[in-house]
Design a protein around this ligand. Structure first.
Ligand code: FAD
Ligand code: SIN
Length: 550
C-alpha cells in the first residue's frame, strides 16, 4: 500500500493536486464517501475570477480584503487573484462547461454577481457549478492510469515519524492510517508526500448547508499531529438555506440575490436596507446577522427570499436546479417566495499553510477548505473558496513535485495500526447522543451571535463530552461514526477556544461582550497548537461574574 503521493479527500483541491502529481508518480486518493461526494459537488453560485475587461486584479483583491475585515494576507490575496484566470482555463481545458451568455460567441461567459463583489465576475454552470466541475475532474481522474481512487476509505490519523521515535527533531508525515469502511479494517498507507484535502466542518453545527462528509477530519488530524490551527472562530453562516421539514442542507444560492431577489419578513417588508446600504448584496456576515436578528426579535421561524418579480422563464433558465428542487417541496419559486434561514456554511480557519500549501510538518501539504492560507481573513468573499481550492491544489502540486524530485530519503517502515485491547462496542447510542449534543450546543452557544457566558458554557460542556468520547474511543474498536464524532468534538473545541481568545467583534465573529472591532490589540490571527496551555484569563472570568446587562 505504499504510494508516492497520498491524497486525503476527493473534492476540487484533492483532485486538482492528484491530476498534476500523476505526471511524476503513483497517486492514491482516499475518500470516505463515493467519488463526487464533497462540498465541491454542491457548489451553486460559481467561481470568482477577473474575466471581463471592466474588472481588474486590484478590484478583486480589494473586494476580498474588504470582506476579510483586516485579516487577509495581501500577498496571498494578490497571488490567488492573479493566478485565478489561468487555473480556470485549466478547468476549461479539462472539459468543464461554464454557462455562456445567450446569443454570444463561443467563450463569452455569463458572469454572475454576488455579495461584496464590485463587478460581475462569477463563472458558473447555471446554478450547479460544483457538480459540473466534479464531472470534468472525475472523468479526467478515471482516465489517468497513475491514480488509484479508494472510495469509502476514511483517514483516521496521519503517520508522523516523531510520534514513534522521540529522537526525531523535525517531524515528517509518511502517509496515514485509513479505515476501509467496507471491511471495517484500519490499514497503513505510506507515502512520500501527503495532501490533506478533507474540506470543511459544517457538520459541527446542527443546521448546515454542508454534506455529511464535512466533519472537519483534516483539521482534527492536523491538530493531533501538531500543526498550528488558525482562525477557527470565523465560521461563515450562509444567509439562505431552504427552510422546509423535509429539505436537508439545501442551499439557495447568493447568485439569486445577485439577480435581484429580495429578502422579506413574513409580513412582506424588505428589511435589508435598514441594515446596510448594499441591502441584499451586503457582505454575507451582515446579511446572516440581519436575518438572525429579525428572527430573534420578532420570533419568526424563517424569512423569505423573493424573486417572483423576475420573468418566470428567466428564473427557470438561470436557476433550473433550485427551481426543480423547490418544486419537489411544493414551492414554485416563479410565483412564491422561498422560506429561508441561515446555516453554517464555511470554515475560514484551518490548518495553517504557507504560499505553497506546506504545513509546518515536512511532507505534509494542505489545500482547500481544510487550510488557512490567509486569503479569507475574518470573512470569505462569496465564490472565493472554489478559487482557493483550485489555486492551492495547483500550487501544492508544483511545490510537491519540486520536493519529490530532490527527495533522496528511503521510506521508513512505520508501525501498523494497533487496536490495543479494544473490543466491539455494545453501546453505539453514546455516539448518536454525543453527536447530537455537540451540534446543538454549537448552534445554540457558538452561533451567529456569541457572548462570553454562552462560550463559557460551551467550553464546559465540550470538555466533559471530550472526556467521555476519549474513554469510549480507546475502549472500543473504531467505526467511521466514532472517528467523525471524535473529530467534530475536536473542531468544536478549537472553535470555542478561538472564539474565547478573540476579545473583539470582527467579520464572522460577533461577541456581544465586545461589540467593536479592535485593530490595536486584535488585528492578528488566532493560532492554537496542541499542548500549548489554554486558560481563561481574568478579564473573561470577570465578565461572567458581572450581573446580566452590566
Ligand atoms: P470538499 O470539496 O469538501 O472535499 C473534501 C473531500 O474530503 C470529500 O471528498 C470528503 O469525502 C473527503 N474527506 C473528508 N474527510 C475525510 C477523511 N477523514 N478521509 C477520507 N476522505 C475524507 N464555494 C464557492 O467558491 N462557490 C460556490 O458557489 C459555493 N457554493 C457552495 C454550496 C454549498 C452547498 C456548499 C456546502 C459549499 C459551497 N461553497 C462554494 C464552498 C466550496 O464548495 C467548498 O469550500 C470547496 O468546494 C471545498 O473544496 P475542498 O476540495 O477543499 O473540499
Ligand atoms: C452560493 O452559491 O451562494 C454559495 C457561494 C459561496 O459559498 O461562495
Amino acid at each position: 500500500m505504499d504510494t508516492d503521493f497520498l491524497v486525503i479527500g476527493s473534492g476540487l483541491a484533492g483532485l486538482a493536486f492528484a491530476l498534476r502529481m500523476a505526471q511524476i508518480g503513483s497517486v492514491t486518493v482516499v475518500t470516505k464517501g463515493r467519488l463526487p461526494e464533497s462540498a465541491t459537488e454542491y457548489a451553486q453560485g460559481g467561481i470568482a475570477s477577473v474575466w471581463s475587461a471592466e474588472d481588474s486584479f486590484a478590484d478583486h483583491s480589494r473586494d476580498t480584503e474588504v470582506a476579510g475585515a483586516g485579516l487577509c494576507r495581501p500577498d496571498i490575496v494578490d497571488l490567488v487573484v492573479r493566478e485565478g484566470p489561468d487555473r480556470i482555463r485549466d478547468l476549461i481545458a479539462l472539459g468543464t462547461h461554464f454557462s455562456q451568455r445567450p446569443g454570444t460567441e463561443d467563450g463569452e461567459y455569463d458572469l454572475g454577481r454576488e455579495g461584496g463583489h464590485s463587478h460581475r465576475r462569477i463563472l458558473h454552470a447555471v446554478d450547479a457549478t460544483g457538480s459540473e466541475i466534479m464531472r470534468a475532474l472525475t472523468e479526467a481522474v478515471r482516465r489517468e492510469p497513475h491514480i488509484t481512487v479508494l472510495e469509502r476509505h476514511l483517514a483516521v490519523d496521519l503517520l508522523i515519524d516523531a510520534k514513534f521515535d522521540t529522537s526525531i527533531r523535525t517531524p515528517a508525515c509518511w502517509g496515514a492510517y485509513v479505515l476501509d469502511l467496507a471491511g471495517n479494517q484500519v490499514k497503513r498507507y505510506q507515502a512520500r508526500v501527503t495532501l490533506l484535502a478533507t474540506g470543511g466542518t459544517g457538520k459541527v453545527y446542527l443546521y448546515t448547508s454542508n454534506p455529511d462528509v464535512a466533519t472537519g477530519d483534516g483539521i482534527a488530524m492536523a491538530y493531533r499531529a501538531g500543526v498550528p490551527i488558525g482562525n477557527m472562530e470565523f465560521i461563515q453562516f450562509h444567509p439562505t438555506c431552504l427552510y422546509h421539514p423535509q429539505a436537508k442542507s439545501f442551499l439557495v444560492t447568493e447568485a439569486m440575490r445577485g439577480e435581484g431577489a429580495i429578502l422579506r419578513r413574513p409580513d412582506g417588508e424588505a428589511f435589508m436596507r435598514r441594515y446596510h446600504p448594499d441591502a441584499e448584496l451586503a457582505p454575507r456576515d451582515i446579511v446572516a446577522r440581519a436575518i438572525d436578528n429579525e428572527m430573534k426579535v420578532h420570533g419568526f421561524e424563517h424569512v423569505y427570499l423573493d424573486i417572483t418579480h423576475r420573468d418566470a422563464a428567466f428564473i427557470r433558465d438561470r436557476f433550473p436546479h433550485i427551481y426543480e428542487r423547490c418544486l419537489q417541496f411544493g414551492i414554485d419559486i416563479t410565483a412564491q417566495p422561498i422560506p429561508v434561514v441561515p446555516a453554517a456554511h464555511y470554515c475560514c480557519g484551518g490548518t495553517v499553510t504557507d504560499r505553497d500549501g506546506a504545513t509546518g510538518i515536512q511532507r505534509l501539504y494542505a489545500a482547500g477548505e481544510v487550510a488557512m492560507t490567509g486569503l479569507h481573513g475574518a470573512n470569505r468573499l462569496a465564490s472565493n473558496s472554489l478559487l482557493e481550492a483550485l489555486v492551492f491544489g495547483h500550487r501544492a502540486a508544483v511545490a510537491a513535485t519540486e520536493f519529490a524530485r530532490a527527495d533522496r530519503h528511503a521510506m521508513p517502515q512505520l508501525p501498523e495500526w494497533n487496536p490495543g485491547h479494544a473490543v466491539d462496542s455494545d453501546e453505539s447510542v453514546v455516539v448518536t447522543q454525543n453527536w447530537d449534543e455537540i451540534r446543538r450546543l454549537m448552534w445554540n452557544y457558538v452561533g451567529i451571535v456569541r457572548s462570553n457566558r454562552r462560550l463559557a458554557r460551551a467550553l464546559k460542556r465540550i470538555t466533559l463530552l471530550q472526556q467521555e468520547i476519549d474513554d469510549y474511543y480507546w475502549d472500543f474498536l473504531i467505526t467511521g461514526d466514532l472517528i467523525e464524532l471524535r473529530n467534530i468534538a475536536t473542531v468544536a473545541e478549537l472553535i470555542i477556544k478561538s472564539a474565547i481568545t478573540r476579545k473583539e467583534s470582527r467579520g464572522l465573529h460577533y461577541n456581544i461582550n465586545y461589540p467593536l472591532r479592535d485593530d490595536r490589540d486584535w488585528g492578528h490571527d488566532t493560532i492554537l497548537v496542541l499542548g500549548r496551555p489554554f486558560e481563561l484569563d481574568a478579564e473573561f472570568t470577570a465578565s461572567l461574574a458581572r450581573p446580566r446587562g452590566a
